[in-house]
Write a protein that binds this ligand. Sequence first.
Ligand code: FE2
Length: 161
Amino acid sequence: MLRDAGCSREVVEHCKTVTKLALKIAGKCNANIELVEAGALLHDIGRSRTHGVMHGVEGAKIGRKFGLPDEIVNIIERHLGGGISKEEATKIGLPEKDYTPVTLEEKIVCHADNLIAHNRKQTLSEAVKPYVKNDRDDIAEKIRKLHRELSEKCGVDLDEI
Ligand SMILES: [Fe+2]
């Protein structure tokens, strides 16, 4: 599906790496493994159209066109950073909507993506560094919160897996 949508080889490889980590996390906290796998593989399908902040919204559109279930479409749409509030979405030009990850599976894919830089696992502090540098402590804090919540659910700090 990624290739059919027109994703580059780099995006396909990134999606596979995120999926490996997402499945590791999912296995430790009783998440729906099949849903995490599908959502993680497809989370960046919108990068076939844009690499900008709209790639979540575009990806969700593609997912709906392909007839994917809402659970997967929502994973795609809510995977950016630590999630984007309705207010923030309006400010940055996204359709007015809350893009905060809600379900466990949405949170896992969102945060597995935060912990993968291209194809390499990075620590939480590496993941938040660019946001802190750009004075976006609000985003860094959302990512830290996701990390804490999922680490607690898994019974292990996600920096250690
Ligand atoms: Fe993405």
